[in-house]
Design a protein around this ligand. Structure first.
Ligand code: NDP
Length: 338
């Protein structure tokens, strides 16, 4: 828990060292073939694993080197149902891992390096080992794009966030800033007006990228002050965010802006590299699912969580998505008698 509590966050907040699961302890038990293979160990992947394991599918979950996904970078989670007092992000993920293993999920804490989804059984390679499966759930998530400043990384979870829905609540009565000029930034700025006394919207060019209607709403809001041609060059503060150093991108002049929070809203990047273009993506690079299902363009391959959903990006919606993917995979396996 930090000075400002931080909740579910897809990409923001404080790095933590809380251990989750014994790394790779169960690798020896992994069979080379399973009915279902899951890529990703955030709430989507682990919920898919819980459902699939309870359906006796004995799934193999390739968790990556940093099991737990983006909640591992989060301290206090206050909006995951069932935890009225809140729960630490890594503790929540540890519980999901325990729950998935309890019913027979084999968790392999290694990154997937390469996959072949062109024919069945589907194949994945990881640390020199080959895994095959009759069906696959892809739940590799998305990562927030950050400005890349040292001070931004240091103060993540201490005033620097990438999720207003998650963390806005903690900035009641303060001035905050949002960086970005797209719809996400505009939406975050408007949302933050519920808590902050003033929201400074920092746009690096002299125009927005976001939609006209969102721009109009932000411009009309009395609590939002728009600063064009401004770049954040430093987040100032020792233990928490106190101010920003801004640079005028036209004149080069610098100034300080006193704020208690900085919300970085310059986009997210879905984690699809390992697929090597095997599945179609939308204009923003997110995987596409068939309407009202988790099915992908490849029969037997299902998709869950932030890797396709850039709208909600919450732990609880990712978990719900994981459930849907596991149910779809289970039915598909039964129908195809594999
Ligand atoms: P976008 O790519 O649309 O916008 C990113 C913004 O961040 C741009 O203004 C960009 O500036 C700015 N930016 C990028 N890098 C930096 C940097 N290093 N420093 C400062 N600013 C930077 O991403 P969004 O996440 O806003 O939106 C993604 C997609 O999701 C869009 O299609 C959007 O419409 C959609 N969306 C829809 C919503 C809705 O309908 N309610 C809500 C949220 C998103 P520049 O313009 O100069 O490149």
């Amino acid at each position: 828990m930090t000075e400002k509590g931080f909740t579910i966050d897809f990409g923001s907040s404080e790095p933590t060292t809380t251990p989750v699961a014994a790394p790779a302890a169960n690798v020896a038990a992994t069979t080379s073939h399973s009915k279902l293979m899951i890529f990703g160990s955030g709430p989507a992947g682990l919920t898919a694993a819980i459902y699939a394991a309870r359906a006796q599918l004995a799934p193999t979950l390739l968790a990556g080197y940093e099991p737990g996904g983006q909640l591992m970078l989060t301290s206090e989670v206050e909006n995951f149902p069932g935890f009225p007092e809140g729960i630490n992000g890594p503790d929540l993920m540890a519980k999901m891992i325990t729950q998935a293993e309890r019913f027979g999920t084999v968790i392999v804490n290694q990154d997937v390096e390469r996959v072949d989804l062109s024919k069945r059984p589907f194949r994945a390679w990881s640390a020199g080992r080959e895994f095959t499966a009759d069906a696959v759930v892809i739940a590799t998530g998305a990562s927030a794009i950050w400005l890349g400043l040292e001070s931004e990384t240091r103060l993540r979870g201490r005033g620097v966030s990438s999720c207003a829905t998650c963390d806005g609540f903690f900035f009641k009565g303060e001035e905050v800033a949002v960086v970005g000029g797209g719809d996400t930034a505009l939406e975050e700025a408007l949302f933050l007006t519920r808590f902050a006394t003033k929201v400074h919207l920092l746009v690096r060019r002299d125009t927005f990228r976001g939609s006209k209607i969102m721009v109009a709403r932000a411009q009309a809001h009395e609590k939002i002050e728009i600063h064009f041609n401004r770049e954040v060059v430093e987040v100032i503060g020792e233990k928490k965010t106190e101010a920003l150093k801004l640079k005028d991108t036209v004149s080069g002049a610098t100034e300080q802006l006193a704020v208690g929070g900085l919300f970085v809203a310059i986009g997210h990047k879905p984690n699809t590299e390992l697929l090597g273009g095997a599945l179609p993506v939308d204009a923003a690079g997110y995987l596409q699912v068939k309407e009202h299902s988790s099915a992908s363009a490849i029969d037997g391959v299902f998709i869950a969580g932030d890797v396709h959903d850039h709208r909600y990006r919450q732990a609880v919606t990712a978990a719900g998505d994981g459930c849907r993917a596991a149910l779809d995979a289970e039915r598909w396996l039964a129908e195809h008698a594999v």
